[in-house]
Ligand binder design. Structure first.
Ligand code: F6P
Length: 565
């Protein structure tokens, strides 16, 4: 089915209405304190629940009546139609001519037969792969899958990059308290040789399993690291006499210590990994949308199939909520529209995501790929230029660490930085410090920060504290710095699935308003191509060096001069 050209959001009635609301706000002044005082139902009208997550949007620079305008914008850009197209497998990733079906990865088995796309029963295939993955994970967890010398596996090393790394490592870190089989995971991604060197340095090859993850199985970093890992395994096993060095013993070692995850099983076989030890997925799963496919194999091993199922159910919960909730009450849609509001009217450049949960310390990095690889674009899905700013810079660090680093700029800097504050009511580690629960100290900070950002501190309040007059300006907080508070019950696999799906769909909402194909990533290709061309020039090929531009040549010459090997 051909897709229609995007609607130009900037030409819609809702956009004009948002512009006039914005102009009026600028004329009257943005004043959260006043807006709270004038409307006793503000918090109620701007609070939402989706799945197990609770949302407070009241500290954003909007009035409740604007939700209608956000919903109207969603209508006018045909969000419902595009959502249905995505869920049902229309090729909305038109620049790659692919369906976008990450929602099929978390559908229940009852949906088999209902989502047949391009002749494939997507749910059936997903469930079959999951069953294979789970059977393998159980074998490893129970110690039935043995290394070449008969020892049980105690460490799985995921080799992948981008979507084949960021999701799995983020979820591994987030769910560590649920690791119940005594198996640890490590994640190697960078082509910098120090990454794999550090991650393998203290490992026992006899108890290590490598999981090579690459959607294309053609990514330079991953294939290079996988070769390096294979060489390390075989050298170490030979050096200790665990294998005799014959071709047969080497291929048996590779068979026992390497599995792969990819959409390209031929390339997996070419690499030397037995296809029976490979787990597939499909081109309708984007790399940055793939943690809930076989790409999450290390998670299924470390946490077990039951937990992995809970993770999938969390995603599905939000998928259904997003698809079925009217726009005006749909917090996923509203958060996407809030981002548009800030990006296109307030012209903000960045958006902070601040988890008050140390287990989520890789979540901002994960979101950077999800959001910026999806929406960092200047042309729309029909090839025409965008008509407004797109893709904010997403960034963040866990609170409270960030408070002692960059919050100064969020509180008192000259730019507006909308921020999502994420926290969970319960923690698996209720550590006590005397009578004070550290978790409540953390939450105290979580609540305090959004309050300080919203309501600030006036010069009079500063003076009333006895501050000398010349210092007063430096101690004033303007307030009116927007935040969204997200609270969950506990960070478990279900909630993590919900959180990821939330941001996946927010990204989709923004992309739809801007008219983007959020599922391609052509912008990463030029650098890859040039790296291939330049690499020979670095050490020996003088002709290749001569072909470079002056700056690149000068940098390479500096490198050649100072290198010590
Ligand atoms: O270069 C970007 C990218 O294509 C990402 O979109 C992707 O997640 C990553 O590289 C890794 O790709 P692959 O899984 O094919 O190795």
């Amino acid at each position: 089915m051909a897709i229609n050209p995007p609607v130009d959001a900037t030409k819609t009635e809702a956009w004009a209405e948002l512009q006039s609301v914005y102009d009026q706000m600028q004329a009257e002044g943005v004043d959260l304190k006043k807006w709270f005082a004038e409307d006793e139902n503000r918090v109620e009208q701007l609070s939402f629940d989706a799945g197990t997550l609770h949302f407070d949007l009241s500290k954003n620079l909007i009035k409740p009546e604007m939700l209608k305008v956000f919903a109207q914008l969603a209508d006018e850009v045909k969000l419902a139609e595009r959502t249905e197209q995505m869920y049902t497998g229309v090729h909305i990733n038109n620049t790659e001519d692919r369906a976008v079906l990450h929602t099929a990865l978390r559908r229940p088995a009852e949906d088999e037969g209902k989502y047949v796309v391009d002749g494939q029963d997507t749910v059936k295939d997903v469930r079959e792969t999951l069953e294979r993955m789970y059977a393998f994970a159980e074998q490893v967890r129970k110690g039935e899958w043995k290394g070449v010398t008969g020892k049980e596996i105690d460490t799985v090393v995921n080799i992948g990059i981008g979507g084949s790394d960021l999701g799995p490592v983020m979820a591994y870190e987030a769910l560590k308290p649920f690791a119940d089989a005594g198996i640890k995971a490590r994640y190697v991604s960078n082509i910098d040789p120090n990454d794999i060197a550090e991650k393998t340095r203290d490992l026992d090859p006899e108890t290590t399993l490598f999981v090579v993850v690459s959607k294309t199985f053609g990514t330079l970093e991953t294939l290079t690291n996988a070769r390096e890992a294979r060489a390390w395994l075989l050298e170490e096993l030979q050096a200790s006499g665990a294998i005799d060095g014959s071709d047969a013993s080497k291929s048996e070692a590779v068979e026992k210590h390497f599995v792969a995850v990819s959409t390209n099983l031929e390339r997996v076989a070419e690499f030397g990994i037995d296809p029976k030890n490979a787990f597939g997925f499909w081109d309708w799963v984007g790399g940055r949308y793939s943690v809930d496919s076989a790409v999450g194999l290390t998670l299924a091993i470390v946490f077990g199939p039951a937990r992995f199922e809970e993770f999938l159910n969390g995603f599905h919960q939000i998928d259904e909520y997003f698809r079925n909730t009217p726009f005006e009450k749909n917090v996923v849609v509203l958060m996407g529209m809030l981002n548009v509001w800030y990006r296109n009217f307030f012209k903000v450049a960045s958006h902070a995501v601040l988890p008050y949960d140390q287990y989520l310390h890789r979540f901002p990095a994960y979101l950077q790929q999800l959001t910026m690889e999806s929406n960092g674009k200047s042309v729309r899905w029909d090839g025409t230029p965008v008509t407004c700013e797109t893709g904010e810079i997403f960034w963040g660090e866990p609170g409270t660490n960030g408070q002692h680093a960059f919050y100064q700029l969020i509180h008192q800097g000259t730019q507006l930085i909308p921020a999502d504050f994420i926290a969970f009511a319960n923690t698996p580690n209720p550590l006590k410090d005397g009578d004070q629960d550290m978790h409540e100290l953390l939450l105290g900070n979580y609540f305090a920060q959004t309050k300080a950002l919203a309501f600030g501190k006036t010069a009079d309040e500063v003076r009333a504290e006895g501050t000398p007059e010349d210092i007063v300006p430096a101690r004033v907080f303007t307030g009116n710095r927007p935040t969204t508070s997200i609270m969950g019950v506990r960070l478990d696999p279900f909630a993590l699935g919900e959180l990821i799906a939330l941001y996946e769909h927010i990204t989709f909402v923004e992309g739809t308003v801007w008219g983007l194909d959020s599922y391609d990533q052509w912008g990463v290709e030029l650098g890859k191509q040039l790296a291939k061309e330049i690499t020979p020039a670095i050490s020996q090929d003088d002709d290749a060096l001569a072909a470079q531009d002056e700056s690149t040549r000068s940098l390479i010459n500096f490198y050649r001069k100072v290198r010590e090997f």
